[in-house]
Design a protein around this ligand. Structure first.
Ligand SMILES: NC(=O)c1ccc[n+]([C@@H]2O[C@H](COP(=O)([O-])OP(=O)(O)OC[C@H]3O[C@@H](n4cnc5c(N)ncnc54)[C@H](O)[C@@H]3O)[C@@H](O)[C@H]2O)c1
Length: 439
């Protein structure tokens, strides 16, 4: 066993290793808190000074992080944050949790991963572990990170260790959090896998599953999210067909899911949202082209899912038409702009596209979301209603439910609204269905 590996493993086991987390967002902050809670000295790095200040003041800004947990680890001195990357010199392990968006040509924008790896490379020292957690195309760890880090003169597998371990956190999930979700780890060589797995086993409780390479770990994450993307595409297509046939798609799915094997329920909606499911499959599409392969299922599912906001507006228009009301000039109240229920994240939310299409049709569209007071979209700030008053509900020609927040009082919404188009089956418990139409 190399000296570096023995020393690092003993620091990890003895909790004397210092850990750096690069990127203190939805993924990085919960992970930093767990690592600090496990007893490691943890330093969070972020380019946003505001986040750094908030962490150092123990001011929580991520829904999945418990306020008191952040307070405890900051007060005890286990967690601090900085924008000064020279502190990488002081850490033994680094987890990179920076964004991996798509650029305007729908191609991977890997610049955040590259930039943060270059920051690490500047201060790389012997005996370090670097783990990439950002979702990305297969090959990123070995083709992009390893050469940047080895340009320092240190060798991967001998002087330092490098692995990929995808983050699987599902914001807002009440059962599975960072702490208890199983972790997949694939290192560059067995030693890297072992060291990275040791760190996670000492911090998390969901178990660690080791794979033979970073590429396997990178690809398995894309399989997880592509699977969701395509199955949601199928559910959306079923919703469109069912509507034409006069069949309730929600009842169909409920019936299908009584099968105890071979079927997993996915649900239709106004489109796909979030930083992951709509984008990640296109990392695979891009990489597959290098191997002369066209990812047909991903493209088709993408087409269906991106057409959903316009479909929702078409259906709303038909509901209004039955009441001899034109969409042009109609008051339309959107309930929920978060991309999913009970969270405050509107990244890629289909509700924003629904609102764009409504505005294009001349509708007087307004929104209310108990978690989001305003959002920025295509360079414009949209401000929502501050309260869901009786008057707002009564005056809307149609209410469109885009996010099934539990905090909405659906009975009240039903009793006060003229027409409701429920794109999430959020009102399934409401008895009087006379003014409710389902997607
Ligand atoms: N949000 C999720 O639900 C989720 C779930 C699983 C995986 N992921 C993946 O995890 C990664 C991070 O996602 P997120 O949702 O946490 O993003 P985020 O935008 O919430 O956080 C990323 C943070 O990284 C910081 N950052 C950017 N460049 C940096 C740099 N060079 N150095 C230091 N900090 C930098 C940003 O300021 C930001 O605070 C992405 O690859 C995403 O696909 C996200």
């Amino acid at each position: 066993m190399s000296n570096c590996k023995t020393e690092l493993l003993s620091k990890i086991e003895g909790k004397t290793a210092a850990v750096g987390i690069i990127g203190l967002g939805y993924v990085g902050l919960p992970l930093a808190v767990e690592i600090a809670k496990a007893g490691y000295k943890t330093i969070g790095f972020d380019v946003q000074a505001q986040k750094v200040e908030q962490v150092n003041r123990a001011q929580n800004y991520i829904g999945d992080v418990v306020d008191s947990a952040l307070e405890d680890v900051v007060k005890s001195g286990h967690l601090s944050a900085t924008s000064d990357f020279s502190f990488i010199r002081d850490v033994d392990c680094v987890a990179i949790c920076v964004p991996t968006p798509l650029d305007k040509y729908q191609q991977p924008d890997i610049s955040y991963v590259k930039g943060s790896t270059e920051s690490v490379a500047q201060y790389l020292h012997s005996g370090m572990l670097i783990v990439l957690e950002s979702t990305t195309y297969p090959g990123t760890t070995e083709e992009l990170l390893q050469p940047i880090l080895e340009a320092s003169g240190l060798h991967c597998g001998e002087d330092f260790f490098l692995a990929f371990s995808p983050e699987r956190v599902d914001p807002g999930n009440k059962q599975f959090k960072t702490k208890n979700t199983p972790k997949v780890v694939g290192g560059v060589g067995q030693d890297s896998t072992e060291v990275a797995a040791a760190l996670y086993r000492n911090v998390l409780e969901g178990g660690v599953y080791e794979v033979s390479s970073p590429a396997v770990a990178e690809m398995e994450k894309l399989l997880e999210n592509t699977y969701r993307n395509i199955n949601i595409g199928l559910a959306n297509e079923m919703a469109i067909i069912c509507n034409r046939m006069g069949i309730n798609v929600w009842e169909v799915i409920d019936a299908a899911k009584t099968k105890p094997y071979g079927f997993q329920a996915f649900y239709p909606g106004p489109g796909l949202g979030g930083h992951c499911i709509p984008l990640d499959p296109f990392y695979l599409t891009w990489k597959a082209r290098e191997f002369d392969y066209h990812t047909r299922l991903i493209e088709t599912s993408g087409e269906i899912n991106t057409s959903m906001p316009e479909y929702v507006v078409d259906r709303a228009m038909k509901i209004l038409n039955r009441n001899r009301t034109a969409m042009n000039g109609a008051r339309v109240l959107i309930l929920g702009v978060a991309y999913k229920n009970d969270i405050d994240d509107y990244r890629e939310s289909p509700a924003l596209n629904v609102i764009d299409h409504l505005l294009e049709q001349g509708a007087d569209a307004v929104f209310y979301d108990p978690y989001i007071s305003e959002y920025k979209h295509k360079g414009q700030v949209h401000t929502g209603l501050t309260e869901l008053t009786d008057e707002e509900l009564k005056s809307a020609d149609i209410v469109i439910i885009c996010t099934a927040h539990e905090r909405f009082d659906y009975d009240r919404i039903q009793s006060l609204s003229k027409e409701i188009f429920d794109t999430r089956n959020a009102m399934k418990q409401v008895k009087d269905r006379s003014n409710i139409e389902l997607l």
